[in-house]
Design a protein around this ligand. Structure first.
Ligand SMILES: C[S@@+](CC[C@H](N)C(=O)[O-])C[C@H]1O[C@@H](n2cnc3c(N)ncnc32)[C@H](O)[C@@H]1O
Length: 233
């Protein structure tokens, strides 16, 4: 179905680095993501080989590849054709056959078939401004079975506006110097200026408004990362 002209262009908000064929191959080295803790959380929440999981903003697929042996099916969704191409190569090389890679976004992925058991998303929802985050969360709720689980991790600010300067400066001061070692101060500053991480006290009512009950919240010690376990009511 044609989208109205006022609809958000998800690709234009995806982060230019995620669309850059030169950057994507170095992403894994830079991110050094270890999916083990998130897998433990999902296993404790009951993830098993009968389940279907959608990973939104799957990126290079570190989580999707690690989760696939535990599930019946993983649908790895990402708006970036470059990320997805890289992910497809990794899936082919791994020989894993139960991952589907789909180019789409929080707002544009068209889920077909039965509602799913789990939705996972890490460090991706902040690409949407708040109005669109709320729309995306409501869409996720419609894809999940009743009782299904959304495990959402993102850069989320769990402080009051008056504390922003102090907490942000501490975060920036701890950034690595070189880009290969992680996200540098300059890169985090770009995130702050150009992306849409929001306050926890704005995001949490949005999650509930979408039809979830938040079972567990983990605000990281830096107060710029949060993880939410949400059950579709
Ligand atoms: C920082 S990366 C995180 C990738 C992966 N989840 C991880 O934790 O390593 C953000 C990912 O979100 C994707 N993305 C950005 N906007 C999106 C949207 N509207 N819908 C789906 N994916 C999106 C980007 O292309 C990128 O792959």
């Amino acid at each position: 179905m044609a989208r109205p002209s006022w609809f958000l262009d998800e690709l234009a908000h995806a982060g230019s680095e995620h669309l850059d064929p030169g950057y994507v191959p170095v992403y894994d080295r830079k991110a050094e993501t270890d999916p083990a803790d998130d897998l433990d959380v999902l296993r404790d929440l009951g993830l098993n080989e009968t389940h279907t999981l959608v990973d939104f903003g799957a990126g290079t697929g570190t989580f999707a590849l690690a989760a696939a042996p535990l599930c019946r099916r993983v649908i790895a969704v990402d708006i970036s054709p470059v990320m997805l191409m890289y992910l497809r190569e990794k899936v082919t090389q791994s020989g894993i056959e139960n991952i589907e890679c789909v180019q789409g976004g929080f707002l544009s992925y068209d889920h077909q078939g039965a509602p799913v058991d789990f939705v996972y998303s890490r460090h991706a929802l902040h690409h949407l401004p708040d109005f669109w985050k709320a729309v995306a969360l409501a869409r996720i709720a419609t894809m999940l079975k009743t009782g299904g689980i959304l495990y959402l991790r993102d850069l989320v600010y769990s402080f009051e506006p008056g504390e922003a300067a102090r907490i942000i400066e501490t975060w920036l001061a701890n950034a690595p110097e070189h880009s290969e070692q992680g996200w540098t101060r300059a890169e985090l500053e770009t995130h702050l200026r150009e992306e849409y991480s929001t306050f926890s006290w704005l995001l949490e009512p949005m999650i509930e408004q979408a039809g979830f009950s938040i079972q567990r919240i983990n605000h990281g010690v830096s107060r710029v990362h949060s993880a939410y376990t949400c059950i579709k009511a």
